[in-house]
Design a protein around this ligand. Structure first.
Ligand SMILES: *Cc1c(COP(=O)(O)O)cnc(C)c1O
Length: 372
């Protein structure tokens, strides 16, 4: 009987040293501080471990999408500033105040609710104001920005510590709309400065903005994808010096010979042409693979095709070209093995997606092993 020596059928290996290196690379490029964006379970890399590693690398701020993520970071002992960039319900303000988290305001009515809650507790809620300079999503328009911020300032109970905007097309550096967005944002900042209402901390750049648009850097850059070592897009690759942090590994858990004409997996999406050597590998669509044909993995440093339909927890590979393969052998879904590599970018291109979606789709149930 073959034994599998590692502890898990399938797992992720995350190189926290690579993430810290990538943060330092961004600091060097921008010559300023980084807000490490750790939403969506740290882009699949693990919220708390990435948050702690980023804090240890010296970032003054972490960025998340939801309050739950911020509270998990606090419960895990993270002490640096945390900005919640999405919507938070006013009834959560007591928890927000207790956990010293900064919220985003993009709407006068919600802001008034926040302020009323904070006044009830005799406190001031720290907030950053979101400006919609052209993303078409959350935020006050720059045209109304001075008036909006004047009204927010009149709300006792709010402390307006920052102002920011988000770039829609910074990962297409030739696209002129980024400069248009930045001009609109800059215009508002100057207007606020004139009337003495400019908040202390100004930010605009995501990863692509930080690297490709120096004038978007302002006081701090909000970087997600780059700290994990992945390109913001094919048009906006990372410069040299960044390292990918994530590898997704698995094992062959069974091998058998199926006779000619035998269906493999649900709905017989594959039927053997001959007697074929078929391996079963731990990992399925509930882990973050896709329920589609044409997937592949790495075995013995070479590409191996998956056959049959993708299952929830397992997939099958065609091992005729791998006579030496045996149960327990390592399989790689994402990352390097020997001289071959499967990148999140390559998977994204096969899946009609992007690398962000590939890694943020890695299931919470996958064990994450951290190396430094
Ligand atoms: C997710 C997010 C970021 C990080 O974007 P990357 O492209 O991953 O660097 C920055 N700002 C906001 C508002 C975001 O939602």
């Amino acid at each position: 009987m073959h034994m599998i020596s590692e502890s898990y059928p399938t797992w992720l290996e995350i190189d926290l040293g690579a993430i810290q290196n990538n943060i330092h690379q961004i600091q060097k490029i921008t010559n300023g501080p980084v807000m490490a964006v750790v939403k969506a379970n740290g882009y699949g890399h693990g919220l708390l471990q990435v948050g702690r590693a980023a804090e240890a690398a010296g970032v003054p701020w972490l960025g998340v999408a939801r309050l739950e993520e911020a509270l998990d970071l606090r419960r895990g002992g993270v002490k640096c500033h945390i900005l919640v960039m999405g919507y938070t319900m006013p009834e959560r303000i007591p928890e927000v105040l207790a956990s010293k988290v900064t919220l985003t305001v993009y709407d006068q009515v919600i802001a008034s609710d926040y302020a009323a809650q904070a006044r009830f507790f005799n406190q001031r809620l720290p907030v950053h104001v979101k400006v919609d300079s052209g993303m078409g999503r959350l935020g006050f328009f720059p045209e109304d920005g001075v008036e909006s911020i004047r009204r927010l300032n009149e709300e006792e109970g709010l402390s307006i510590d920052g102002i920011f905007t988000h770039l829609a097309c910074s990962d297409e550096p030739d696209e002129p709309s980024t400069n248009w967005q930045l001009e609109r944002f800059q215009g508002l900042l100057e207007g606020l400065d004139t009337v003495g209402l400019k908040p202390a901390l100004v930010h605009a750049a995501n990863s692509a903005g930080a690297i490709y648009f120096p004038k978007a850097r302002y006081d701090i850059v909000r970087c997600g994808i780059a700290i994990y070592g992945m390109d913001p897009s094919m048009h906006a690759p990372l410069p040299d010096g960044f390292r990918k942090a994530l590898t997704w590994k698995s094992h062959i858990v069974s091998i058998k010979y199926l006779p000619k004409g035998r269906g493999v997996g649900y709905n017989y999406k594959y039927v053997t042409q001959d007697e074929e050597r078929i391996g079963v590998v731990a990992g399925g669509y509930a882990d973050g693979l896709r329920r589609r044909l044409g997937n592949f993995a790495l075995v013995h440093g070479k590409r191996v095709n998956m056959v049959g339909g993708m299952c929830m927890d397992q997939c099958m590979v065609q091992l005729d070209q791998f006579p030496e393969a045996k149960v327990g052998d390592e399989v790689v879904f994402i990352g390097r093995q020997g001289d071959e590599e499967i990148t999140p970018e390559a998977l994204a291109s096969d899946w009609g997606s992007n690398n962000y979606e590939v890694v943020s789709g890695l299931a919470g149930r996958l064990p994450r092993l951290y190396i430094r």
